[in-house]
Design a protein around this ligand. Structure first.
Ligand code: HEC
Length: 156
């Protein structure tokens, strides 16, 4: 009787250990950084509450020059410290996704968090980023992407 029970016990312990090991391997895999920086769905679907009134857009431009241009360049074209924000892979993201990235930052790669700015100012910045897109619109953002990829490590 006793040996039978202990064999069952050993089998159960082995089962539990193997489940735990699997869970550990899975969690190690999921905690790795995703290859690309992607906003979660609930953040990406938020719409910009601000309308494109001239005064609001102008405010966004001013904020951008004060807080972002040092890394992203005066026209958002990118520098050695930050990527081109007119590039197709950036402009292809939703307003909500850009708002989320400005809010969170990605401190490991050098993008600071701007959660300390009031939310309307962060949305203003998103409006300004869209203005950058219009500026660089015809000048082929595909080209921007390849130039970006050649110039710095932030590109897809
Ligand atoms: C200290 C330098 C620095 C400053 C200042 C900075 N950024 Fe960035 N930014 C970066 C870097 C580096 C990345 C690339 C991060 C990555 O891909 O992981 C980035 C990425 C981004 C992205 C995401 C692009 C993508 O990959 O989708 C947006 C949007 C952005 N910045 C907007 C802004 C705005 C708006 C400001 C000003 C409020 C700002 N940044 C200020 C360095 C900076």
């Amino acid at each position: 009787m006793i040996p039978g029970i202990s064999r069952m016990l050993i089998a159960q312990v082995l089962l539990i250990v193997s489940i735990a090991a699997r869970a550990f391997v899975l969690s190690a895999q999921t905690s790795e950084r995703p290859a690309r920086w992607i906003a979660p769905a609930e953040a990406a679907t938020r719409a910009n509450p601000l309308s494109e009134r001239a005064a609001i857009v102008a405010g966004g431009r001013k904020l951008f020059h004060g807080r972002c241009a040092a890394c992203h360049g005066d026209d958002g074209q990118g520098t050695s410290k930050g990527p081109n924000l007119g590039a197709a892979y950036v402009q292809g993201q939703t307003d909500g996704a850009l708002f989320w990235k400005i809010t969170q930052g990605n401190t490991r790669t050098g993008m600071p968090t701007f959660s300390f700015l009031p939310a309307p100012q962060r949305w203003q910045l998103v409006l300004h980023l869209r203005e950058l897109r219009r500026k660089s619109a015809a000048s082929s953002s595909r080209e921007d992407d390849s130039r970006c990829a050649a110039a710095n490590p932030f590109c897809p």
